[in-house]
Write a protein that binds this ligand. Structure first.
Ligand SMILES: NC(=O)c1ccc[n+]([C@@H]2O[C@H](COP(=O)([O-])OP(=O)(O)OC[C@H]3O[C@@H](n4cnc5c(N)ncnc54)[C@H](OP(=O)(O)O)[C@@H]3O)[C@@H](O)[C@H]2O)c1
Length: 316
């Protein structure tokens, strides 16, 4: 199991973290709490000691489940909990961005309560809020660090320019962005994180299930998390064909499967510190072990690119 240090958190963590968005159910067709708890337990048993959550995941549910499991196993000191602020919601469960100091102050207390803890290891702004001065958000987070409620500060979905602005006012240790074999729009953020020495987490590493090899042509996903064109119609079929080609390469070259190759490819990209593996059933973590013990060899990066480039002419 590979580990890396997250700046001010002051310890190393497993380079595969558990992502808890889907287990909260919101945008993923509902939650199964029993299965979600078992998934968190399984991750911890396996040595996955980085858990990424957010208040908005299941409108409090994911954080609550993480808090309950970590407390019941008595492992709080051994786990790095990364949660978020800056996305709030109303009675209709419609989220919006608010990274004002007042909102952060309210949110942190709610997260600490749900997580049943007295500190958050990594506190991340969920989405940039251009209506609030970045200096205000950064200062509010610095106060939480000074008070010992938060160990390290991160951001998600910020551009490089936004991170530059933000990092002038508080020590920035980590960043999260969408990045996987199929979705590479954030290459510049990978490079920025590498240059600035940030702990960079790739989210949606499995392209929300597409790169696992488990999705089937006759079962198009219907949940809002997978509403992008690549999960529907001709694009879906073409992506599934690319998954098959990647699976073939993984088997031929490494004796692995596409899910292992998809995560290994990320871990071997310069600047990527960790991947956040989203799971909501314990058996979805069975393949984690197969990610260790090999590296993507140089010619295969080009072979993978060629498979992805064959998708470029797909009509949307
Ligand atoms: N900061 C942000 O704005 C942001 C945004 C997105 C995600 N994230 C973080 O990143 C994490 C991961 O991203 P993600 O959840 O979007 O996508 P992901 O990790 O690419 O995909 C997760 C989904 O893949 C499927 N899956 C996982 N393991 C599997 C296996 N072994 N076999 C078959 N299917 C499997 C499951 O879907 P089914 O259960 O439906 O089969 C699971 O819910 C999130 O949980 C969250 O913590 C952060």
């Amino acid at each position: 199991m590979e580990q890396l240090q997250i700046g001010s958190v002051g310890r190393s963590v497993c380079r595969i973290g558990l992502g808890t968005w889907s287990m909260g159910g919101w945008m993923w067709g509902g939650a199964d709490e029993r299965s979600a708890r078992a998934t968190i337990e399984r991750a911890l048993e396996m040595g996955i000691d980085l858990i990424d959550t957010a208040p908005v995941y299941g409108f409090g549910l994911s954080e609550r489940l993480v808090g309950e499991v970590v407390e019941s196993l008595g492992v709080r000191d051994a786990v790095v909990i990364a949660t978020k602020c800056g996305l709030v919601w109303d009675d209709r469960q419609e989220p919006w961005r608010d990274s004002s100091a007042a909102s952060i102050r309210r949110e942190v207390q709610q997260s600490l309560d749900r997580l049943r803890t007295s500190w958050i290891d990594l506190y991340q702004v969920h989405w940039p809020d251009e209506a609030t001065p970045f200096e205000e958000t950064a200062a509010a987070l610095q106060d939480l660090v000074d008070e010992g409620l938060v160990k390290a500060v991160g951001v998600c979905n910020y551009s490089a320019e936004q991170m530059e602005r933000f990092a002038r006012a508080v020590r920035l240790d980590a960043t999260q962005f969408r990045y996987n074999i199929f979705e590479r729009a954030n290459e510049d953020l990978r490079e920025y994180a590498r240059r600035r020495g940030l702990f960079a987490m790739a989210y949606s590493p499995l392209a929300r299930g597409l790169l696992t090899g488990a999705m089937r042509a006759d079962r198009e996903p219907s949940d809002p998390a997978r509403r992008a064109p690549m999960y529907h119609g001709e694009q879906y079929r073409r992506h599934l064909a690319a998954v098959e080609a990647l699976d073939d390469l993984a088997q031929r070259r490494y004796g692995r499967r596409v899910i292992h190759l998809a995560v290994r490819w990320l871990l071997d990209r310069p600047g990527i510190s960790a991947v956040l593996w989203g799971a909501r059933k314990p058996e979805q973590l069975d393949q984690v072990e197969g990610v260790w013990g090999f590296e993507v060899e140089e010619p295969d990066f080009a072979a993978i690119d060629a498979i992805v480039e064959s998708l470029a002419d797909v009509p949307s």
